[in-house]
Ligand binder design. Structure first.
Ligand SMILES: NC(=O)c1ccc[n+]([C@@H]2O[C@H](COP(=O)([O-])OP(=O)(O)OC[C@H]3O[C@@H](n4cnc5c(N)ncnc54)[C@H](O)[C@@H]3O)[C@@H](O)[C@H]2O)c1
Ligand SMILES: [Zn+2]
Ligand SMILES: [Zn+2]
Length: 405
């Protein structure tokens, strides 16, 4: 038996590295654990020694105090690890395997899992369909920003890397397979990005940059990224994207300067409910901004990929309607243009194996595109603070020293 250090949410703006229990094959009571999940046996699970675990914009919604996350909730849903113990019902995953963990926890046995809709598994979260490690209202599965973590339904959930040495060599790219690379890809793909298309991605955070790289991988003719943060826009230009600065106003005019028309074929929302307004409204939040502007600039018959997160409750929102997740969406415009929408958690398992192959065969440089930087677990509070301040960096925690140099 060994100890376990982990990153925990304390209160709005505060995270701390704390001591927690080493995992066992049972879900124990703790901060944020759904009572109906307490005592749940996990003989189909494995215990991972964490290789890498990334800080995500989705964690920031909790850390900024925009959710009902309780104090001491252990964070972390972007996990890559080495299997150190396997439960008695695990058949194919072995001790010593290096594996990527899809951030969606799914059972592989319910109707939705059978249809590969793993973001809305019916059996892992007593509150509602869909679950994730280290996340408020997601059942209470303990987060992986820790030295060790339990992963249920291991044979089903885990993506095993074919070669250990190669995996550790490319770990800064492969670590993006647990969430942002599949999520960005899902955004671009469901927006209709393909050979010769024009694509606009709202948001130049890690998910937006991953969507932009994905649109390039899918063969887009032009990829345009919009944000209000100059450092993040420069990061998007570093791998061949056009950029637009939304502090200057609505995106249409700047898109016209690039393409000759104020429209694109495909629109991606990689921002979500904490969106800022455009132009003179850039100094405050206006949660419907991205959805409404995407409907304006996406050509009729096009599609919107919406990985950006929207919530059912946002006590911190200014408007009363937004506090229960109601936004002023101009749906009539979307209807008139026959636009399609894809929302929700990315079903990571639909894409992660193919994207792993693209990484292993040097077809894509995801770590470089998102400016991935490894830091120690104890440095996580600094990583959270810098990420929150808008650094053009994807922070990768390195709790057990697997990442060298
Ligand atoms: N669907 C999923 O499965 C899934 C998975 C991971 C992350 N997410 C969500 O994706 C979103 C992005 O994640 P991230 O890690 O890149 O977050 P992030 O907070 O680092 O990035 C968001 C970016 O949006 C910019 N922004 C704000 N208002 C804007 C506007 N009006 N137009 C354009 N840009 C604007 C911000 O300046 C910031 O750079 C978050 O909402 C996150 O929760 C969803
Ligand atoms: Zn994430
Ligand atoms: Zn399921």
């Amino acid at each position: 038996m060994t100890g376990n250090r982990a990153v925990a949410y304390k209160s709005a703006g505060v995270v701390e590295v704390i001591d927690i229990d080493y995992p066992t094959f049972e879900l124990k009571d703790g901060p944020g654990v759904n009572p109906a999940n307490v005592g749940r046996k996990v003989p189909h699970g494995v215990i991972l020694k964490t290789v890498t675990t990334n800080i995500c914009g989705s964690d920031q919604h909790m850390v900024r105090g925009r959710t009902t996350a309780p104090s001491n909730l252990v964070l972390g849903h972007e996990i890559t690890g080495e299997v150190v113990e396997a439960g008695p019902d695990v058949e194919f995953i072995k001790v010593g395997d290096i594996v990527s963990v899809p951030f969606n926890i799914s059972c592989g046995r319910c109707r939705n899992c059978k249809e590969r809709k793993t973001g809305i598994c019916l059996n892992v979260n007593p509150d509602r369909p869909g679950s994730a490690y280290g996340y408020v209202d997601m059942g209470g599965w303990v987060g992986g920003q820790a030295e060790y973590v339990l992963v249920p339904y291991a044979d089903w959930n885990l993506l095993k890397f074919p070669d250990r040495d190669q995996a550790l060599e490319k770990i800064m790219d492969l670590t993006m397979l647990s969430d942002i690379f599949p999520t960005g890809f899902h955004g671009a793909y469901t927006a209709g990005a393909g050979v010769g298309t024009t694509v606009y991605v709202a948001g130049a955070g890690p998910v937006g940059l991953a969507a932009a790289v994905s649109a390039q991988l899918l063969g887009a003719a032009v990829v345009i990224v919009g944000d209000l943060n100059p450092e993040r826009l420069a990061q998007a230009r570093s791998f061949g994207c056009e950029t637009i600065d939304l502090t200057k106003g609505e995106p249409g005019e700047q898109i016209e300067q690039i393409l000759g028309v104020p429209e694109v074929d495909a629109g991606v929302d990689a921002v979500g409910f904490e969106a800022r307004g455009h132009g003179k409204d850039a100094d405050h939040e206006a949660p419907a901004t991205v959805l409404n502007s995407l409907m304006t600039i996406t050509a009729a018959g096009g599609a919107l990929g919406i990985p950006g997160l929207y919530v059912t409750g946002d006590p911190g929102a200014k408007e009363k309607a937004a506090q229960v997740g109601s936004l002023s969406i101009r749906l009539g415009l979307g209807w008139a243009k026959s636009l399609s929408f894809t929302t929700g958690q990315c079903p990571v398992m639909k894409y992660n194996r193919q994207l792993m192959m693209a990484i292993l065969h040097d077809k894509v440089q995801i770590a470089k595109a998102v400016n991935a930087q490894a830091i120690s677990l104890e440095d996580a509070p600094r990583g959270y603070a810098e990420f929150d301040a808008g650094a053009a960096t994807k922070y990768v925690l390195n709790p057990n020293g697997y990442v060298k140099g």
